[in-house]
Design a protein around this ligand. Structure first.
Ligand SMILES: C[C@H](O)[C@H](O)[C@H]1CNC2=NC(N)=NC(=O)C2=N1
Length: 97
């Protein structure tokens, strides 16, 4: 099983994400970000591309879409918190958005 992020990993790998629009979820070891796109097609295009990466990583987002907004929460359910899989998927999503 993937291990929860260590303090060192939180400094090295999580901090850059937190400086790039991700925030820690309240009351839970998770991160979230709200992406705003030009329209629904752009938002759904992002979700489609992210979904293929999620499947490839076998790591799946919690997300919510309304029109051109996609709200994403990442956490590793099997580990009960943040792992490097969340970092990987967050980086990928930022690259795709
Ligand atoms: C059986 C399957 O590999 C697991 O349930 C995977 C699937 N996708 C997952 N996604 C996320 N976000 N956390 C998990 O722990 C997780 N586990």
């Amino acid at each position: 099983m993937t291990a929860k992020l260590t303090d060192a990993e939180r400094k090295a790998d999580l901090a850059p994400l937190l400086a790039n629009g991700w925030t820690k979820t309240k009351g839970r070891d998770a991160i979230e970000k709200t992406y705003e796109f030009k329209d629904f097609v752009a938002a759904f295009g992002f979700m489609t591309r992210a979904a293929l990466w999620a499947e490839k990583l076998n790591h799946h987002p919690e997300w919510f879409n309304v029109y051109k907004t996609v709200q994403v929460t990442l956490s590793t359910h099997d580990a009960g918190g943040l792992t490097m899989l969340d970092v990987k998927l967050a980086r990928k999503m930022d690259a795709l958005a």
